[in-house]
Design a protein around this ligand. Sequence first.
Ligand code: CO8
Length: 307
Amino acid sequence: MAALMKGRVLQLCSVLREGRHIQSRGRIFQQPIPSLALVNARLMSKESTYEHILVDKKGDGGCVGLVTLNRPKALNALCDPLMIELNDALKTLDADPSVAAVVITGSEKAFAAGADIKQMENIEYVDCVKSNFLAHWDGVTRIRKPIIAAVNGYALGGGCEVAMMCDIILAGEKAKFGQPEIIIGTIPGAGGSQRLAKAIGKSRAMQMCLTGDMITAQQANDWGLVSSVHPPDQLVSEAIKIGEKIATHSKVIVGMCKEAVNKSYELSLSEGLNYEKKLFHSTFATSDRAEGMKAFVQKRKPEFTDS
Ligand code: CO8
Protein backbone atom coordinates (compact mmCIF):
# COMPACT_ATOMS: atom_id res chain seq x y z
CA MET A 1 0.00 0.00 0.00
CA ALA A 2 2.81 2.40 1.00
CA ALA A 3 4.80 1.46 -2.10
CA LEU A 4 1.72 1.92 -4.26
CA MET A 5 1.04 5.33 -2.74
CA LYS A 6 4.66 6.35 -3.09
CA GLY A 7 4.66 5.25 -6.73
CA ARG A 8 1.42 7.13 -7.42
CA VAL A 9 2.62 10.32 -5.74
CA LEU A 10 5.99 10.20 -7.52
CA GLN A 11 4.24 9.55 -10.83
CA LEU A 12 1.91 12.47 -10.23
CA CYS A 13 4.83 14.70 -9.31
CA SER A 14 6.76 13.80 -12.44
CA VAL A 15 3.66 14.20 -14.60
CA LEU A 16 3.05 17.59 -13.06
CA ARG A 17 6.67 18.59 -13.63
CA GLU A 18 6.48 17.68 -17.27
CA GLY A 19 3.02 19.19 -17.74
CA ARG A 20 1.56 16.00 -19.19
CA HIS A 21 -2.05 14.93 -18.96
CA ILE A 22 -3.38 13.32 -15.81
CA GLN A 23 -5.89 10.57 -16.36
CA SER A 24 -8.30 10.01 -13.52
CA ARG A 25 -11.27 7.64 -13.54
CA GLY A 26 -11.54 7.85 -17.29
CA ARG A 27 -11.45 11.65 -17.39
CA ILE A 28 -8.44 13.49 -18.70
CA PHE A 29 -7.40 16.72 -17.06
CA GLN A 30 -4.88 18.85 -18.81
CA GLN A 31 -2.60 20.11 -16.06
CA PRO A 32 0.27 21.90 -17.70
CA ILE A 33 2.88 23.38 -15.41
CA PRO A 34 3.73 26.71 -16.98
CA SER A 35 7.33 27.14 -18.03
CA LEU A 36 9.44 29.70 -16.18
CA ALA A 37 9.63 31.92 -19.24
CA LEU A 38 5.85 31.80 -19.61
CA VAL A 39 5.22 32.65 -15.95
CA ASN A 40 7.75 35.50 -16.07
CA ALA A 41 6.18 36.87 -19.23
CA ARG A 42 2.74 36.60 -17.63
CA LEU A 43 3.95 38.39 -14.51
CA MET A 44 5.61 41.18 -16.48
CA SER A 45 2.58 41.73 -18.70
CA LYS A 46 0.25 41.67 -15.70
CA GLU A 47 2.48 43.94 -13.66
CA SER A 48 2.31 46.54 -16.38
CA THR A 49 -1.48 46.52 -15.98
CA TYR A 50 -1.47 46.69 -12.17
CA GLU A 51 -2.44 50.07 -10.85
CA HIS A 52 -2.25 49.64 -7.08
CA ILE A 53 0.57 47.17 -6.51
CA LEU A 54 4.15 46.59 -7.67
CA VAL A 55 5.45 43.08 -8.29
CA ASP A 56 9.06 42.00 -8.41
CA LYS A 57 11.24 38.96 -7.83
CA LYS A 58 14.11 39.26 -5.36
CA GLY A 59 16.61 37.04 -3.60
CA ASP A 60 18.92 34.41 -5.00
CA GLY A 61 17.77 33.63 -8.56
CA GLY A 62 14.54 35.56 -8.00
CA CYS A 63 13.29 32.95 -5.54
CA VAL A 64 11.23 35.43 -3.50
CA GLY A 65 8.24 37.25 -4.95
CA LEU A 66 7.87 40.79 -3.65
CA VAL A 67 4.46 42.46 -3.77
CA THR A 68 4.37 46.11 -2.70
CA LEU A 69 1.01 47.71 -1.97
CA ASN A 70 1.22 51.03 -3.77
CA ARG A 71 -1.67 53.40 -3.19
CA PRO A 72 0.27 56.09 -1.37
CA LYS A 73 -2.32 58.87 -1.47
CA ALA A 74 -4.74 56.73 0.53
CA LEU A 75 -2.09 55.13 2.79
CA ASN A 76 -2.62 51.88 0.88
CA ALA A 77 -6.28 51.72 1.89
CA LEU A 78 -7.62 48.45 0.54
CA CYS A 79 -10.12 48.94 -2.25
CA ASP A 80 -11.65 46.25 -4.42
CA PRO A 81 -9.35 46.82 -7.44
CA LEU A 82 -6.28 46.61 -5.18
CA MET A 83 -7.44 43.34 -3.64
CA ILE A 84 -8.23 41.88 -7.07
CA GLU A 85 -4.71 42.79 -8.22
CA LEU A 86 -3.18 41.37 -5.03
CA ASN A 87 -5.05 38.08 -5.43
CA ASP A 88 -4.04 37.89 -9.08
CA ALA A 89 -0.34 38.60 -8.43
CA LEU A 90 -0.23 36.08 -5.59
CA LYS A 91 -1.82 33.39 -7.74
CA THR A 92 0.73 34.05 -10.49
CA LEU A 93 3.64 33.87 -8.03
CA ASP A 94 2.15 30.72 -6.50
CA ALA A 95 2.27 29.10 -9.94
CA ASP A 96 5.82 30.29 -10.68
CA PRO A 97 8.19 27.34 -10.21
CA SER A 98 11.16 29.65 -9.52
CA VAL A 99 9.43 31.33 -6.57
CA ALA A 100 9.61 29.67 -3.15
CA ALA A 101 8.05 32.36 -0.94
CA VAL A 102 6.39 35.74 -1.22
CA VAL A 103 6.86 38.97 0.73
CA ILE A 104 4.02 41.48 0.96
CA THR A 105 4.92 44.97 2.05
CA GLY A 106 3.68 48.56 1.81
CA SER A 107 5.40 51.90 2.28
CA GLU A 108 7.35 53.17 5.28
CA LYS A 109 4.27 55.15 6.34
CA ALA A 110 1.65 52.46 5.82
CA PHE A 111 1.42 48.75 5.19
CA ALA A 112 -2.30 49.42 4.74
CA ALA A 113 -4.56 51.78 6.71
CA GLY A 114 -7.55 49.48 6.43
CA ALA A 115 -10.36 48.94 3.99
CA ASP A 116 -11.17 52.04 1.96
CA ILE A 117 -13.65 53.90 4.16
CA LYS A 118 -14.62 56.24 1.34
CA GLN A 119 -15.59 53.24 -0.77
CA MET A 120 -17.65 51.74 2.07
CA GLU A 121 -19.32 54.93 3.29
CA ASN A 122 -22.52 54.63 1.28
CA ILE A 123 -22.95 50.88 1.12
CA GLU A 124 -26.25 49.56 2.52
CA TYR A 125 -26.72 46.28 4.38
CA VAL A 126 -28.62 44.77 1.47
CA ASP A 127 -25.72 45.60 -0.89
CA CYS A 128 -23.34 43.76 1.46
CA VAL A 129 -25.56 40.70 1.45
CA LYS A 130 -26.30 40.73 -2.29
CA SER A 131 -22.66 41.16 -3.31
CA ASN A 132 -21.26 39.04 -0.45
CA PHE A 133 -19.17 42.11 0.32
CA LEU A 134 -15.44 41.46 0.83
CA ALA A 135 -15.90 37.69 0.40
CA HIS A 136 -13.00 37.48 -2.04
CA TRP A 137 -10.63 39.59 0.10
CA ASP A 138 -9.11 36.54 1.75
CA GLY A 139 -7.23 35.36 -1.35
CA VAL A 140 -3.97 35.52 0.64
CA THR A 141 -5.14 32.51 2.67
CA ARG A 142 -5.51 30.37 -0.46
CA ILE A 143 -1.87 30.69 -1.53
CA ARG A 144 0.12 27.53 -0.91
CA LYS A 145 3.58 29.07 -0.77
CA PRO A 146 4.70 30.80 2.44
CA ILE A 147 3.84 34.50 2.61
CA ILE A 148 5.74 36.94 4.80
CA ALA A 149 4.23 40.31 5.70
CA ALA A 150 6.84 43.05 6.11
CA VAL A 151 4.92 45.72 8.00
CA ASN A 152 6.23 49.26 8.15
CA GLY A 153 3.93 52.02 9.38
CA TYR A 154 0.20 51.54 9.84
CA ALA A 155 -1.40 48.09 9.64
CA LEU A 156 -4.95 48.99 10.62
CA GLY A 157 -8.29 47.24 10.22
CA GLY A 158 -8.15 45.29 6.98
CA GLY A 159 -4.41 46.06 6.82
CA CYS A 160 -3.81 44.26 10.10
CA GLU A 161 -6.13 41.49 8.90
CA VAL A 162 -4.20 41.00 5.64
CA ALA A 163 -0.94 40.88 7.62
CA MET A 164 -2.48 38.21 9.87
CA MET A 165 -3.56 36.19 6.82
CA CYS A 166 0.15 35.89 6.00
CA ASP A 167 2.26 33.10 7.52
CA ILE A 168 4.95 35.21 9.14
CA ILE A 169 4.84 38.88 10.16
CA LEU A 170 7.95 41.04 10.56
CA ALA A 171 7.57 44.60 11.80
CA GLY A 172 9.51 47.80 11.23
CA GLU A 173 10.33 49.71 14.42
CA LYS A 174 7.66 52.33 13.67
CA ALA A 175 4.91 49.91 12.70
CA LYS A 176 1.52 50.37 14.34
CA PHE A 177 -1.09 47.62 14.47
CA GLY A 178 -4.75 48.16 15.25
CA GLN A 179 -8.36 47.16 14.68
CA PRO A 180 -9.96 50.62 14.79
CA GLU A 181 -13.24 49.63 13.10
CA ILE A 182 -15.14 50.31 16.34
CA ILE A 183 -14.25 54.01 15.99
CA ILE A 184 -16.13 54.20 12.68
CA GLY A 185 -19.11 52.19 13.89
CA THR A 186 -18.29 48.73 12.62
CA ILE A 187 -16.25 45.69 13.59
CA PRO A 188 -13.40 43.71 11.98
CA GLY A 189 -14.66 41.92 8.86
CA ALA A 190 -11.76 39.83 7.60
CA GLY A 191 -10.61 37.87 10.61
CA GLY A 192 -9.51 40.60 13.04
CA SER A 193 -11.67 39.36 15.87
CA GLN A 194 -10.70 35.73 15.22
CA ARG A 195 -7.02 35.65 14.18
CA LEU A 196 -6.04 38.40 16.61
CA ALA A 197 -7.55 36.52 19.56
CA LYS A 198 -5.67 33.39 18.54
CA ALA A 199 -2.42 35.31 18.07
CA ILE A 200 -2.36 37.46 21.21
CA GLY A 201 -5.07 36.05 23.47
CA LYS A 202 -8.61 37.13 24.33
CA SER A 203 -7.90 39.96 26.75
CA ARG A 204 -5.46 41.82 24.49
CA ALA A 205 -7.56 41.19 21.36
CA MET A 206 -10.67 42.46 23.19
CA GLN A 207 -8.78 45.54 24.32
CA MET A 208 -7.59 46.31 20.79
CA CYS A 209 -10.96 45.67 19.13
CA LEU A 210 -13.06 47.43 21.79
CA THR A 211 -10.90 50.53 22.20
CA GLY A 212 -9.64 50.81 18.63
CA ASP A 213 -6.25 51.73 20.09
CA MET A 214 -3.12 50.93 18.13
CA ILE A 215 -0.19 48.97 19.49
CA THR A 216 3.45 49.58 18.71
CA ALA A 217 5.81 47.18 16.94
CA GLN A 218 7.46 46.40 20.27
CA GLN A 219 4.12 45.53 21.89
CA ALA A 220 3.20 43.42 18.86
CA ASN A 221 6.50 41.61 19.29
CA ASP A 222 6.06 41.14 23.05
CA TRP A 223 2.51 39.85 22.50
CA GLY A 224 3.56 37.37 19.80
CA LEU A 225 1.74 39.01 16.88
CA VAL A 226 5.02 39.45 14.97
CA SER A 227 8.20 37.38 14.81
CA SER A 228 10.73 40.21 15.06
CA VAL A 229 11.25 43.96 14.77
CA HIS A 230 13.76 45.63 12.43
CA PRO A 231 14.92 49.11 11.42
CA PRO A 232 12.46 50.27 8.75
CA ASP A 233 15.02 50.41 5.94
CA GLN A 234 16.16 46.83 6.63
CA LEU A 235 12.73 45.28 7.06
CA VAL A 236 12.09 44.12 3.50
CA SER A 237 15.58 42.71 3.05
CA GLU A 238 15.18 40.77 6.34
CA ALA A 239 11.89 39.35 5.04
CA ILE A 240 13.54 38.42 1.74
CA LYS A 241 16.32 36.64 3.68
CA ILE A 242 13.69 34.46 5.37
CA GLY A 243 12.18 33.75 1.94
CA GLU A 244 15.63 32.79 0.63
CA LYS A 245 16.13 30.42 3.56
CA ILE A 246 12.77 28.79 2.85
CA ALA A 247 13.85 28.48 -0.80
CA THR A 248 16.73 26.19 0.22
CA HIS A 249 14.17 23.55 1.24
CA SER A 250 11.93 21.31 -0.84
CA LYS A 251 8.90 23.22 -2.10
CA VAL A 252 6.74 20.12 -1.75
CA ILE A 253 7.69 19.65 1.89
CA VAL A 254 7.43 23.38 2.63
CA GLY A 255 3.85 23.24 1.33
CA MET A 256 3.04 20.32 3.61
CA CYS A 257 4.64 22.06 6.57
CA LYS A 258 2.62 25.25 6.02
CA GLU A 259 -0.55 23.19 5.72
CA ALA A 260 0.21 21.37 8.98
CA VAL A 261 0.80 24.55 10.98
CA ASN A 262 -2.29 26.20 9.51
CA LYS A 263 -4.42 23.22 10.54
CA SER A 264 -3.58 24.00 14.16
CA TYR A 265 -5.95 26.96 13.77
CA GLU A 266 -8.80 24.82 12.54
CA LEU A 267 -8.69 21.51 14.38
CA SER A 268 -8.80 20.19 17.93
CA LEU A 269 -5.46 18.98 19.33
CA SER A 270 -6.15 15.31 18.68
CA GLU A 271 -7.46 15.98 15.15
CA GLY A 272 -4.49 18.24 14.46
CA LEU A 273 -2.00 15.67 15.72
CA ASN A 274 -3.65 13.05 13.55
CA TYR A 275 -3.53 15.36 10.51
CA GLU A 276 0.10 16.19 11.17
CA LYS A 277 1.01 12.49 11.45
CA LYS A 278 -0.65 11.73 8.09
CA LEU A 279 1.25 14.57 6.41
CA PHE A 280 4.46 13.43 8.11
CA HIS A 281 3.90 9.93 6.73
CA SER A 282 3.22 11.46 3.30
CA THR A 283 6.66 13.06 3.23
CA PHE A 284 7.98 9.49 2.97
CA ALA A 285 6.30 9.27 -0.45
CA THR A 286 8.55 12.02 -1.81
CA SER A 287 12.04 11.89 -3.30
CA ASP A 288 12.99 14.97 -1.31
CA ARG A 289 12.47 13.23 2.04
CA ALA A 290 14.78 10.43 0.90
CA GLU A 291 17.33 12.92 -0.45
CA GLY A 292 17.23 15.07 2.71
CA MET A 293 17.98 12.16 5.02
CA LYS A 294 20.56 10.64 2.67
CA ALA A 295 22.36 13.99 2.43
CA PHE A 296 22.45 14.27 6.23
CA VAL A 297 23.96 10.81 6.58
CA GLN A 298 26.48 11.52 3.80
CA LYS A 299 27.36 14.89 5.41
CA ARG A 300 26.53 16.94 2.30
CA LYS A 301 23.93 19.51 1.28
CA PRO A 302 20.68 18.02 -0.02
CA GLU A 303 19.79 18.52 -3.66
CA PHE A 304 16.03 18.78 -3.64
CA THR A 305 14.08 18.30 -6.84
CA ASP A 306 10.69 19.38 -5.47
CA SER A 307 9.41 15.90 -6.07
N1 CO8 B 1 -9.76 54.53 3.76
C1 CO8 B 1 -9.74 55.54 2.89
N2 CO8 B 1 -8.85 56.54 2.91
C2 CO8 B 1 -7.94 56.52 3.89
C3 CO8 B 1 -7.91 55.49 4.86
C4 CO8 B 1 -8.86 54.47 4.77
N3 CO8 B 1 -8.89 53.40 5.60
N4 CO8 B 1 -6.88 55.75 5.71
C5 CO8 B 1 -6.32 56.89 5.28
N5 CO8 B 1 -6.95 57.36 4.20
C6 CO8 B 1 -6.66 58.58 3.42
C7 CO8 B 1 -7.13 59.81 4.15
O1 CO8 B 1 -8.51 60.01 3.91
C8 CO8 B 1 -6.27 60.87 3.51
O2 CO8 B 1 -6.76 61.16 2.23
P1 CO8 B 1 -7.01 62.71 1.81
O3 CO8 B 1 -5.64 63.30 1.80
O4 CO8 B 1 -7.65 62.60 0.47
O5 CO8 B 1 -7.86 63.30 2.87
C9 CO8 B 1 -4.95 60.12 3.30
O6 CO8 B 1 -5.26 58.74 3.32
C10 CO8 B 1 -3.96 60.40 4.40
O7 CO8 B 1 -4.58 60.11 5.64
P2 CO8 B 1 -4.54 61.10 6.89
O8 CO8 B 1 -4.50 62.52 6.42
O9 CO8 B 1 -5.66 60.73 7.80
O10 CO8 B 1 -3.11 60.71 7.49
P3 CO8 B 1 -2.66 60.84 9.03
O11 CO8 B 1 -1.19 60.56 9.02
O12 CO8 B 1 -3.14 62.08 9.63
O13 CO8 B 1 -3.42 59.62 9.78
C11 CO8 B 1 -4.19 57.36 10.04
C12 CO8 B 1 -3.12 58.30 9.46
C13 CO8 B 1 -4.11 57.35 11.55
C14 CO8 B 1 -3.88 55.96 9.51
C15 CO8 B 1 -5.59 57.81 9.58
O14 CO8 B 1 -5.56 58.01 8.18
C16 CO8 B 1 -6.68 56.84 9.88
O15 CO8 B 1 -7.14 56.77 11.01
N6 CO8 B 1 -7.16 56.08 8.86
C17 CO8 B 1 -8.27 55.19 9.01
C18 CO8 B 1 -7.88 53.91 9.75
C19 CO8 B 1 -9.08 53.00 9.90
O16 CO8 B 1 -10.07 53.31 10.51
N7 CO8 B 1 -8.97 51.76 9.32
C20 CO8 B 1 -9.99 50.77 9.41
C21 CO8 B 1 -10.91 50.87 8.23
S1 CO8 B 1 -12.31 49.77 8.33
C22 CO8 B 1 -11.68 48.25 7.87
O17 CO8 B 1 -10.51 48.08 7.59
C23 CO8 B 1 -12.64 47.13 7.83
C24 CO8 B 1 -11.96 45.84 7.38
C25 CO8 B 1 -12.90 45.01 6.59
C26 CO8 B 1 -12.28 43.81 5.96
C27 CO8 B 1 -11.03 44.07 5.14
C28 CO8 B 1 -10.55 42.85 4.45
C29 CO8 B 1 -9.08 42.82 4.09
